[in-house]
Design a protein around this ligand. Structure first.
Ligand SMILES: Cc1ncc(COP(=O)(O)O)c(C=O)c1O
Length: 367
């Protein structure tokens, strides 16, 4: 099976893990051990942010950032429904209400116009998602946020190596949240990071990850245990160095695949608008005019032919049983996309021959 994504682990990561294991320092009371601190410093530098705060998951990063942005029980937070459920879950964890906005039909990221339509007096924050590795359209979202006094927590879980108007994710947000889950462009197995230029968000999220403690046994706020283990941070340091090469390989594979798939009139290929750099976490095509059943059948057939195609996301969050209670929505672009998209493997270990095979198989199935 050609997997949709695969961790790229070499001997450098294995050596880094062994070194930490031998050091005896596996974690730290405030989640700020030497490897975590080194990883934070290099990640902050990579995304040109003042602070980076490592967490044990991307979900923990999102949760802590929302708390630090001042989102409280009863507030509303605007986000896309076309994303991984963690983006919505953290809003509910705080007792705030997720309010879903529609997406753009071409980029699949949150539509600034749709955001404007759902702002109320209770709105506190916007959570744009850099879906598939393509940044959300951050400038108009920043303008809307400024006009209404809202915070922006950018979900950059899929966007390591992406940029927008020449700047890395987070540049137009109050904080950006990253995931290092095993499938991501760079991984620590599980893991997360917050990047921010805001001193207060940095301080609060650091407390939040360690039981609300700025110093040991002196909790100043409700916190959690969101520590990133030292072993994971050591893997992260190595992966970050390799990330530009990983993204270049993904980009090369995406380009080759598009070159071959453009023969099909029934596919909408992924586009990269001017001023954007895609990180190609997922290469996603759309079967234009197809019904859900036709798309599902193509995905099944691809799997039978050992191609790990995936649907992200087959169920928009506003239609999931748990989330339906947060309101009745008609998000036409979200619902249409969820029925027509499918993602194909372009990760760094997919070979040129495999790209040929994937393209040929897709074109045959669409004939
Ligand atoms: C868009 C998005 N948000 C949030 C998350 C949550 O990250 P994690 O799995 O590290 O908790 C993920 C990925 O897993 C994601 O893809």
């Amino acid at each position: 099976m050609i997997q949709i994504n695969a961790p790229q682990i070499g001997k450098e990561e294995i050596e880094a893990v062994i070194k930490v294991m031998k050091s005896g320092a596996l974690t730290h009371g405030l989640g700020a051990g030497p490897m975590v601190t080194e990883f934070e410093k290099s990640f902050a530098k990579f995304v040109k942010a003042k602070h980076a705060i490592a967490m044990n998951t991307g979900t923990a990063a999102l949760h802590s950032s929302l708390v630090a942005a001042g989102v409280k029980h009863g507030d509303e937070v605007i986000l896309p429904s076309f994303t991984f459920v963690a983006t919505a879950e953290v809003v509910v964890m705080i007792g705030a209400k997720p309010v879903f906005a529609d997406i753009d039909s071409i980029t699949y990221t949150i539509s600034p116009k749709s955001v404007e339509k759902v702002i109320t007096r209770k709105t506190k924050a916007i959570m744009p998602v850099d879906l598939y590795g393509l940044s959300a359209d951050m400038q108009p979202i920043r303008e809307i946020a400024n006009e209404h006094g809202l915070k922006i927590i950018e979900d950059a879980a899929q966007a390591h190596g992406a940029s927008y108007k020449g700047k890395p994710p987070g540049a137009f947000a109050d904080a950006a949240c990253w995931s290092f889950y095993g499938s991501k462009n760079m991984t620590t197995g599980e893991g997360g990071m917050i990047t921010t230029n805001d001193d207060k968000i940095a301080e609060t999220t650091r407390c939040m990850r360690s039981h609300g403690e700025k110093e040991k046994y002196m909790s100043g706020m409700l916190g959690h245990n969101y520590h990133m283990p030292e072993v994971e941070a050591a893997i992260g340091c190595v992966q970050l160095k390799k990330l530009p090469k990983f993204v270049a390989r993904r980009s090369e594979n995406a380009k080759k695949l598009s070159e071959k798939l453009k023969k099909s009139k029934s596919l909408q290929l992924p586009i990269v608008p001017d001023g954007y750099k895609h990180s190609w976490y997922l290469y996603t095509v759309r079967m234009k005019n197809a019904k859900k059943a036709q798309r599902d059948k193509v995905v099944e057939s691809l799997k039978e032919k050992e191609i790990g195609a995936m649907i992200c996301y087959v169920n928009p969050i506003h239609l999931m049983p748990f989330y339906a209670k947060y309101g009745k929505y008609k998000l036409s672009e979200t619902e249409k996309a969820s029925q027509q998209v499918l993602s194909l493997p372009v990760h760094p270990s997919v070979t040129g021959e495999q790209i040929d095979y994937i393209a040929k198989t897709v074109l045959n199935l669409l004939r």
